[in-house]
Design a protein around this ligand. Structure first.
Ligand SMILES: Nc1ncnc2c1ncn2[C@@H]1O[C@H](COP(=O)(O)OP(=O)(O)O)[C@@H](O)[C@H]1O
Ligand SMILES: [Mg+2]
Length: 240
């Protein structure tokens, strides 16, 4: 479970998260929508401890992310994160890319890391690309490799930050299908996305961020059919 309690975060004079309260249950799929600069990415980077927070707290399985005593490296193994663009190592094959962090961070023996990489690459539909170099993959395939790489670390939670935003439109579907698959398998996920149809289909709940505030959170049918705040209505009207 991820528990976010009254989290505030500023960059200089700019308050980017203005007291966020949110709990994500095990197995839940939460999507986060909202305009550019509303604090969505910052929330994700705070959850896995990449960014410090100013006040409040974030607990992952009861462990306080920003407590001094917390071993962040250990905690981050629970939390996979995939960004808009993934910089694979160009001189390593797809298989080697997916093995690398398992070897370096988890210290997995080579055979075990390889077996897990093969398993996860098959999982995301890249079982036929093991020996290919990343430059030979399409953008959608590269994002699926990034997802396989994160999954190979055996995370309990997955955070996705606009993983389809940099893709050509015809490649978006294959990546969303991979996210759908993970959701159907019970992965606990927070997905920041601009894909409203996807958010509607896959989410247990959708959170709307506006200027650093979680202005609305509800199951998708409710949030999309009966938005309460004028800001959300405006946002939805602009995205259709
Ligand atoms: N490292 C940083 N330093 C300074 N300002 C930042 C930094 N990261 C984000 N911001 C600012 O914080 C605000 C929220 O950013 P972000 O969380 O990336 O929004 P979103 O992902 O919703 O577009 C933006 O105004 C952005 O410019
Ligand atoms: Mg962002």
């Amino acid at each position: 479970m991820i528990e976010i309690e009254n989290v505030r975060k500023s960059f200089g004079a700019l308050e980017v998260l203005k007291g966020i309260d949110l709990t994500v249950a095990k197995g839940e799929v939460l999507t986060v929508i909202g305009g550019s600069g509303s604090g969505k990415s910052t929330l994700l980077t705070c959850i896995n401890g990449l960014e410090p927070i100013d006040s409040g707290r974030i607990l992952v399985d009861g462990i306080e992310v920003h407590a001094r005593s917390t071993n962040l490296n250990q905690l981050r193994r629970k939390i996979g994160i995939v960004f808009q663009q993934y910089n694979a190592f160009p001189h390593l094959t797809v298989l080697e890319n997916v093995m690398l962090a398992q070897r370096k961070v988890l210290g997995r023996p080579k055979a075990e890391a390889e077996a897990e990489a093969v398993r996860q690459l098959n999982h995301v539909g890249l079982g036929d690309k093991l020996t290919v170099y990343p430059s030979r993959l399409s953008g959608g395939q590269q994002q699926r490799m990034a997802i396989a790489r994160a999954l190979a670390m055996s995370p309990d939670y997955m955070l996705f930050d606009e993983v389809t935003s940099a893709l050509d439109p015809q490649l978006v579907g294959e990546v969303l299908d991979t996210l759908r698959l993970l959701a159907s398998e019970g992965m606990t996920m927070i997905c920041v996305t601009h894909e409203m149809k996807f958010a509607r289909e896959v989410s247990d709940r959708v959170a709307f961020f506006h200027q650093g505030v979680m202005a609305e959170i509800a199951p998708p049918a409710q949030l999309f059919e009966a938005p309460e705040s004028p800001d959300l209505r405006k946002f939805l009207a602009a995205t259709h």
